[in-house]
Design a protein around this ligand. Structure first.
Ligand SMILES: *Cc1c(COP(=O)(O)O)cnc(C)c1O
Length: 387
């Protein structure tokens, strides 16, 4: 298996394409036929390893999965229709009724909903913990705990968990670990190397990279876990990626290792600029020297992506509105991971006129895209002056 990142992204599995094609074909087919009874029978006896029906495997989808598995140092990957499908399938594949799950408290909204609300109808209880201290995980463990769910860093508050310590703790108690690695991407962080069992990604972010597709991926450290997931949740629930979507991801993956260092360089420059401004109280970017978990960040992350938050000193929604509306290059939008810069003030989560807690008024998330960072800094400077 190729080890070097550009080899995986540019060449892996693409040497003997039909007719010397450089771009891999899109196998837009729902079914695959067999030359004989015996071949048909053999395929049906081992569906995870054969092409039978595109709800299971498809060659275009599998090529994409092989690359993602190699990038994350996993045994196998499964591409699905969205990041939340990846999160749900990974969690469901480890749980049964009346089990217990531990989740970091500031995890992605829908992960929080799945564990804290949805699964309660199956008697599953969830304990949310502040993931910065390993003791909080230790104290939350019960005899029926089956999953510890991590997101490091979290994607609005940018807090880390110690992956090595959590994974060791989980193994001691026979608990599976899942991490959302969407922020760092496999370019900057490989959680499976610390003993984590499953990595999930929203491919709608950097893996897609252009804000034009939705997708998700689950990468397992063990072949056995991934075959189980394929044969149970994936086949039964059916969040099947279509071959065209897999092909678009393959195309956009070719530049992942080129885009991420630029997002990093730009974000660091913009974060440092914001840190030096009087209107700004603090900047929550793991790669800054001022970051509270700096040592852990240096250990676990080889770099940072383009997404971070900062706190303005103001506690007035009106001022945050003025600031936001004065930005020209930052589009006001959810999501992130495309080529473009975005702004997401936490206060927009509240209805017009509704009271907004101070810590939500001041919190603004930005995605730093591939624009010239000096242009973005000038734009921010202009908007900060309205405060
Ligand atoms: C967007 C996002 C998700 C959900 O992914 P979708 O593709 O939108 O379903 C999960 N985790 C994180 C950290 C995200 O930013």
């Amino acid at each position: 298996m190729p080890k070097e990142i550009s080899d995986i992204l540019l060449h892996m599995g693409e040497h003997d394409l039909p007719f010397g094609a450089v771009s891999p074909p899109i196998f837009q087919t729902s079914i695959f036929s067999f030359p004989s009874f015996d071949a048909f029978q053999e395929a049906l006896s081992d569906e995870p390893s054969h092409y039978i029906y595109t709800r299971g495997n498809n060659p275009t989808v599998n090529l994409c999965e092989e690359k993602l598995a190699a990038l994350e140092h996993g045994a196998r990957a499964k591409l699905v229709t969205s990041g939340v499908a990846a999160i749900s399938l990974a969690i469901f594949s480890c749980l049964k009724g009346n089990d217990h799950i531990i989740m970091v408290e500031d995890s992605y909204d829908w992960a929080h909903y799945i564990a804290g609300t949805y699964l309660s109808r199956y008697g599953v209880e969830c304990t949310f913990v502040d993931g910065r201290d390993i003791k909080n995980f230790e104290n939350a463990i019960r005899p029926n705990t089956r999953v510890i769910y991590l997101e490091s860093p979290t994607s609005f508050t940018f807090r880390l968990q110690n992956l090595e310590a959590v994974s060791a703790l989980a193994k001691k108690h026979g608990i599976k670990t899942i991490i959302d690695n969407t922020w760092a991407t496999p370019i900057f962080q490989n959680p499976l190397d610390y003993g984590i069992d499953f990595v999930v990604h929203s491919a709608s972010k950097y893996i897609g990279g252009n804000s034009d597709i939705l997708g998700g991926v689950i990468v397992g450290k063990s072949e056995e876990d991934m075959v189980h997931l394929f044969e149970t949740e994936f086949q039964a629930l059916g969040p099947v990626p279509d071959p065209m979507m897999a092909w678009l991801i393959l195309r956009n993956l070719r530049t992942l290792h080129v885009r991420l260092p630029i997002h990093y360089q730009n974000a660091l420059k913009v974060a440092k600029f914001l840190e030096g401004r009087d209107e700004v109280e603090s900047v929550l970017y793991p790669m800054l020297d001022s970051y509270e978990q700096k040592e852990l960040a240096r250990k676990q992350l080889r770099g940072g992506s383009g997404l971070f938050s900062f706190r303005l000193k103001t506690r007035e929604v009106e001022a945050v509105r003025r600031f936001t509306d004065s930005l020209y290059y930052f589009k006001k939008a959810v999501s992130w991971g495309g080529y473009e810069s975005l702004v997401f003030p936490a206060a927009t989560h509240y209805k017009k006129g509704e009271a907004v807690p101070d810590d939500k008024v001041s919190l603004v998330r930005v995605h730093i895209g591939l624009e010239d960072p000096d242009v973005l800094i000038a734009d921010l400077e202009k908007a900060l002056k309205t405060l």
